[in-house]
Design a protein around this ligand. Structure first.
Ligand code: FPP
Length: 245
């Protein structure tokens, strides 16, 4: 196993879980079997993050564009999510993990939405880790929604134009209560952000791996964290400024 420094963990890891379809193809199975295997990789990864001590884990589980996939695939993904929530509620509670969600939750199939809201309520006091599911999520929609709310608040006198700055805008995003991701992992050898957390990823370290999501294991997560720990995060400053020399 790869060694990581427990004192320099990323506080927030975000993952674009890609490659379920290709995994299924490689195994001569239908795409839905790939998603099912992908749901197992979600369980493994949540367990691993909790063991390692990651404070926030955000998973891109369903994008706003995914609604355009064939009807049976959308149905299967909604069923898988409902199934995951049913099976994992007690485990999340036992492990003191708080469930959160970002995205246009109202669009989810009602059983998924209800289970999600119930488990978010059940786990709201948990403080060992936040599992944040991005569902029906698109970053441009999120930013447009934030601008609309800001304009409405400005018109009703709750917000003045002079008060608008980076922090204020961030407070109107779905992620208002969360730190920005420190590390973004994308699986399956694709090098894209795909409309995920465009604002929040401004200074995030990006890590791409060829591993397909259903094959993603704790050792792959540790490898990503080890690479992250070898990077120097400068946030636009110089190396000397960062090291204090
Ligand atoms: C991308 O693979 C993956 C998705 C669109 C859905 C992700 C869903 C899961 C991992 C399972 C359910 C989630 C939870 C939280 C239980 P793809 O279908 O785009 O793969 P491809 O690019 O190889 O076709």
């Amino acid at each position: 196993m790869v060694n990581i420094d427990k004192n320099r963990l990323p506080r927030h890891i975000a993952i674009i879980m890609d490659g379920n379809g290709r995994w299924a193809k490689q195994h001569a199975m239908g795409r839905i079997r790939g998603h099912r295997k992908g749901a197992q990789a979600v369980r493994t990864t949540v367990t691993a993050c909790r063991e390692i001590g990651i404070a926030y884990l955000t998973l891109f589980a369903f994008s706003s564009e995914n609604w355009g996939r064939p009807g049976e695939e959308v149905d299967a993904l909604m069923n898988l999510l409902a199934d995951y929530l049913d099976r994992e509620a007690s485990t999340l509670q036992e492990r003191e993990i708080r469930l959160a969600a970002i995205g246009d939750i109202d669009k989810l199939y009602p059983p998924v939405r209800h289970k999600l809201l119930d488990i978010m309520k059940l786990t709201e006091r948990n403080d060992k880790m936040v599992l944040n599911l991005a569902l029906s999520y698109g970053s441009r929609d999120e930013i447009v929604g934030a601008v609309r709310k800001m304009v409405a608040d400005q018109q009703s006198g709750k917000l003045s134009v002079e008060d608008i700055d980076k922090d204020r805008l961030a407070a109107y995003l779905y992620t208002a209560a969360m730190p920005d991701p420190d590390l973004l992992i994308r699986t399956s050898g694709e090098y894209r952000i795909s409309n995920f957390l465009l604002w929040q990823l401004a200074y995030t370290e990006l890590y791409f791996t060829d591993v397909l999501w259903p094959d993603f294991k704790k050792s792959d997560l540790l490898a990503a964290i080890a690479v992250y720990q070898r990077r120097e995060r400068r946030f636009g400053l110089t190396s000397e400024q960062i090291s204090g020399k």
